[in-house]
Design a protein around this ligand. Sequence first.
Ligand SMILES: [Zn+2]
Length: 322
Amino acid sequence: MDKQEFAAVKAQFTPWLTRLSGGQVDELKAELAQCTSLADCIAIIEERGAKMLACPDCDGVKLYRHGIYYGLQRYRCRQCHRSFNALTNTPLAFIRLREKWLPFLQCMLGSMTVRAAAEAIGIHRNTSFRWRHRFLAMAKDDRPQPLGGIVEVDETYLLESQKGSRHLTRPARRRGGKSSRRGINGEHDCIVIAKARNGPACDFVTGRGPVTKAQLHRCLPPVLAAGVILATDGAAAYKAFASEAKIEHRPVNLRQGVRVDGLFHVQGVNHYHSRFRNWLLRFHGVASRYLPHYLGWLHELACRRISKPQQFLRAALLPAGI
Ligand SMILES: [Zn+2]
């Protein structure tokens, strides 16, 4: 709306203001707050649009603006003639109620449960669940640049969970859930975390059962900078991986009670493990297939120290690499 139009609307509206009750003023305020939220939300979505250099369908680079649809700029590709917007082909493409996205992300910053977030912003709990995972599906790829210096690597295990699944592939566990066998086995999901000393962390769900050398080869090299020194416990998989990948390795022999060997220890990564496990407790168990989402969520809170919903949306829409 241009200045003149706004002045005309305001002039029409002003005489009515003194006749509003307190409740009506509050209602209007809430309405206006939603407008701000929607405007902020669309501006952030369009930041992604401005960075889109190619058609999501055919990778054609000759694009032109093609009107505005539901508040979002549409683009058209000269090569395949398809039109698209900044959210096309993303998990957020068909989510409505954009005025509630930022308030919802505010709830996620507070690590609220599905139900609490649904109540706070007035959406159905199934919608709240779906939104959580749509936002996290994008944010989970928001990871730091390669880790450098001393990098602590260690794994932690969680009992696999089929929470929410209609068809269990094993008999249901009774109350609390315990593995049917002792020790770490194929009933446990393995999470490997690599953490630079006093710096960012990367995480990987490597699969079921103890971590293997082959899994470390798949996960670690892409996130490690040249010349890193790996600090791990004495597990054989790390030793074998480091020697084959020709990475300097300083194992700490925890079994023999050695916790710190000069600069080399795994206390930072172990602290991150326990933070993750404690933070998960509020959700009363999470399904194995969503573990990468929850790791991504904690990463945004703990490593990126995101404190505003706008930052969260930006991280979801513009993860590293876009
Ligand atoms: Zn195209």
